[in-house]
Ligand binder design. Structure first.
Ligand SMILES: Nc1ncnc2c1ncn2[C@@H]1O[C@H](COP(=O)(O)OP(=O)(O)OP(=O)(O)O)[C@@H](O)[C@H]1O
Ligand SMILES: [Mg+2]
Ligand SMILES: [Mg+2]
Length: 548
């Protein structure tokens, strides 16, 4: 391998101090609200065809850092948050005489991703140099695939929850124009106090897959759902860890507005988006901003804008490439990248370990999120929207299946506890599933108490709240300490039911005149008296007798 690692101290001594060249990213996190233009796809048919309505058009460019132990063209390690300039080979620092050596793992990851996104994987692709001058790109060019990328013409199918109650799963497609392999740049670190910029080359040369999507989306919500699906696919494949806040997945949103049926409008490109929530907000803000500009009689400029998560606005960064000439040219130090269909198509004398065979990668593709959702629906009889929630929330499928293993309760009865009770509590406190104070086995114990008739369903919810507040206490302990067990003493229930019947003559009259639903109100009153502990089957039977 042509490139080797330079000692960290050596490079640290040589860190260039330069004046700030790039605008700084603003990563402060604060909830902001933005105007939220309606999704074109969700507009009623009449509004959609109304000629005067301006609608948003969104196309994403996504840079996914390839999950590989070494860089794309050098043997330097890839690691997040290592000391600055400790993971830099001579090649990454562009020392004269160094040559790129293509990392097979990165090629395999791009092929795998292309196959999972239904792309045509090119048996031959080419590398090119794209020139631009930034301090964090020491060669003065990036090696990318401009003329012939590794994969083209794919499709990403994603789903949105729509309808009045947001419980209808709506499937949508976005076309993947291409996936290209390219190098990441280094990082400029801005030191405000000393008013200088330092360069960290640890990221320089890390393998990226740039996924370019066609402008098939129309609002922030659609883009957010598509990126979430892509993130789940990449994580299932293991080709990218997909953490947006750590920059492993970086999304640039191209946004324009137009009237349906007319040519697309001028686009702006929004950068600095480091979470899916901010992506949706940035896009909706930008669509609304462009609509306002046009409605005031102005024109939209073709420019790059940065999203400021503090204010929830997009702000101009610099003019777009109209002014920039990348001077693309073929990379002379890398031959065409050739892939082989299967072992039979390997030319004689070629070692199968040295090349990438597409068929082998196809055979090794893991279960993708959409297949997982279908499997969950079929195996457990749950609704599609529930499978959607389970798969989209990190760790929730495992949690759900762990609860099922420890209880005899039917999956269809467990699912509500997991997607409403548990997830509701987690969301309220901005916690992830792995941070839940209630473990799957603790929840299973609670559900068993309910299933075996020891506690009523309303008491089970009270116990759940108490378990959330006092981690470590079991459902049984709480039930015993607070005397929440089911009251099945018929004599005692008779007395309570009689009291309720005597004090509600109008309701009793209504039931006797045929309005049987009113019985539920009386049942509710009995439960109120017993703090939800009365055995509902017994109470119903007693009340029916008393009101017949
Ligand atoms: N009118 C438009 N409105 C919204 N998005 C658009 C529009 N036209 C093109 N796009 C999107 O812009 C992106 C163009 O990406 P591409 O990589 O081809 O070019 P680029 O942005 O000029 O290059 P660079 O990689 O240097 O940013 C695509 O995601 C495409 O879907
Ligand atoms: Mg691009
Ligand atoms: Mg772009």
């Amino acid at each position: 391998m042509a490139a080797s690692c330079v000692a960290a101290s050596e490079l640290l001594n040589n860190i260039k101090q330069i004046s700030a060249l790039r605008p700084k990213a603003s990563y402060a996190v604060r909830a902001v609200s933005t105007t939220s233009p309606q999704c074109h796809a969700q507009l009623p048919q009449r509004a959609r065809s109304a000629p005067q309505q301006l609608v948003g058009v969104v196309g994403l460019e996504i840079h996914a850092q390839i999950n590989s132990s070494t860089k794309l063209f050098s043997g330097a390690p890839v690691r997040f948050s290592a000391p600055p300039n400790s993971l830099v080979s001579f090649f990454d620092a562009s020392l004269p005489g160094t040559l790129p050596v293509l990392n097979k793992r990165c090629v395999e990851a791009a092929v795998m991703t292309g196959l999972a996104l239904n792309c045509a994987v090119n048996r031959k692709s080419l590398f090119d140099r794209k020139h631009y001058f930034y301090a964090d790109l020491p060669a003065g060019y990036q090696i990318t695939q401009q003329r012939l990328p590794i994969a083209v013409d794919g499709v990403l199918t994603y789903s949105l929850l729509g309808g009045k109650k947001r419980n209808q799963v709506m499937r949508k497609n976005v076309t993947i124009k291409q996936i290209q392999l390219e190098q990441d740049s280094g990082k400029s670190l801005h030191d405000d106090v000393r008013s200088q910029t330092l360069i960290d080359l640890n990221r320089a040369g890390v393998g990226l897959m740039e996924l370019v999507m066609e402008p098939d989306m129309s609002c922030g919500e659609e883009a957010a759902a598509a990126v979430r699906e892509l993130q789940l696919i990449l994580q299932a494949l293991g080709t990218c860890q997909g953490n947006m806040s750590e920059g492993q997945l970086r999304v640039d949103a191209n946004v324009s507005v137009h009237r349906p049926g007319e040519p697309l409008g001028v686009r702006t490109e929004v950068k600095n988006i480091n979470s899916i929530r901010y992506l949706a907000r940035a896009i909706d803000y930008e669509i609304q901003r462009q609509i306002d500009v046009l409605q005031r009689g102005g024109t939209v400029q073709n420019e790059t804008r940065a999203y400021d998560s503090k204010s929830g606005e997009t702000l101009p960064m610099r003019d777009k490439e109209g002014l920039q000439d990348y001077r693309f040219m073929p990379e002379p130090n890398l031959p065409p990248l050739i892939l082989y269909e299967d072992d039979a198509s390997l030319p004689t004398g070629i070692d199968a370990c040295q090349v990438v065979v597409v068929q082998k990668i196809k055979e090794g593709l893991p279960e993708l999120p959409s297949v997982k959702r279908d499997r969950l629906v079929q195996t457990y009889g749950i609704l599609p929207e529930h499978s959607f929630t389970l798969v989209n929330e990190d760790g929730l499928v495992d949690y759900f299946e762990a609860v099922l293993k420890a209880t005899k309760k039917e999956p269809r009865k467990v699912i509500g506890w997991v997607t409403n009770e548990l997830l509701g509590h987690l969301k309220q406190q901005d916690m992830s599933v792995c941070q839940s104070p209630i473990s799957p086995s603790a929840l299973a114990e609670l559900l068993e108490l309910q299933e075996t008739g020891h506690i009523s369903s309303s008491v089970a919810k009270q116990v759940f709240q108490e378990m959330w507040r006092s981690p470590g206490k079991t459902a049984l302990q709480i039930t015993q300490e607070q005397d929440l067990g089911l009251v099945s003493d018929t004599a005692q229930l008779h007395i309570i039911c009689q009291k309720v019947v005597d004090s509600h003559p109008d309701e009793v009259h209504a039931i006797r005149s045929g309005n049987k639903k009113v019985l539920n109100k009386l049942m509710g009153l009995v439960q109120k008296e017993t703090k939800g502990r009365a055995d509902p089957v017994l109470v119903r039977a007693i009340l029916q007798k008393k009101t017949s």
